[in-house]
Design a protein. Structure first.
Length: 257
């Protein structure tokens, strides 16, 4: 399944979704259902927020980041009542009232234990009316029957908030696998924010990149597959995939291409 997480329009330039779909196709990744766009799911997210409000687990907050910038996390000043009720409001999760401690078994990094209250009250809906990642992804993961969440280690500390939301909303808990982050030689994460080059959309360019991605994931694709069609590489990779090969280092530089 493919889900386009386009709940933040300023960060989603026109045509980005089409480019992503072309990139997936170039790497041999096909989807079996209609592509889902989070931008069309406002009513579903609002229903989830309403449920949290009714349980006393979400509250309106007028505070700006500038006001609490001297604190490591948001101090919860609006928990009892909005400090400035005449200003626009965000909605935050009462992390101090949800599931605590949050414990789960990561498939690579082992048992994880967090006190969500020490992470602060995460925003669920922004002041501009846009939905935040934490609530939207939890609702959609459950609605789409996602059994396994595989993502970068930089999102590991998002999991406690998401587990709190899952419990509060009566949603199932998926398995989690957080992967080491690929970084450039200067230590920066490979991302569009750091001007990393985009993935190609043609098969010939994708072939060596797919092979190197498997090597970066500590898998053992035969060297002769590096120039093979992506569908052949994926067939071998799926048959031979072994999470036990992954090394639990957080940062790594990819193999030289």
């Amino acid at each position: 399944m493919v889900r386009i997480e386009d709940i933040d329009p300023p960060r989603c330039p026109p045509g980005a979704d089409s480019e992503i779909l072309r990139q997936l196709e170039a790497f041999g990744l096909q989807w079996d259902e209609t592509v889902r766009y989070q931008s069309a799911r406002h009513a579903t997210y609002q229903a989830a927020l309403d449920q949290l409000v009714s349980q006393g687990l979400a509250y309106p907050c007028s505070c700006s980041r500038k006001q609490w910038r001297e604190h490591a996390v948001y101090p919860g000043w609006c928990r009892k009542a909005a400090c400035e009720p005449d200003k626009p409001m965000a909605w935050r999760l009462r992390s101090d009232l949800g599931l605590s401690p949050v414990v789960w078994q990561d498939r690579l990094f082992g048992e994880q234990t967090f006190d969500p209250a020490q992470l602060g009250d995460v925003v669920l809906k922004r002041k501009d009316g846009l939905w935040a990642y934490q609530l939207a992804v939890v609702v959609d993961d459950a609605d789409q029957g996602i059994s396994d969440v595989v993502r970068g280690h930089d999102l590991l500390d998002n999991t406690p908030w998401q587990r709190q939301l899952q419990v509060a909303l009566g949603l199932p808990e998926p398995r989690y696998l957080h992967l080491p982050l690929i970084v450039a030689g200067n230590g920066q994460k490979l991302s569009k924010q750091n001007l990393a080059p985009a993935l190609p959309t043609d098969d010939d360019a994708a072939r060596p990149l797919l092979h190197h991605a498997l090597l970066a994931l500590d898998q053992t694709p035969p060297a002769e597959l590096a120039s093979a069609p992506v569908t052949d590489q994926l067939a071998v990779a799926i048959a031979d995939w072994d999470v036990a090969r992954l090394r639990p280092d957080v940062f790594r530089v990819p193999p030289t291409i």
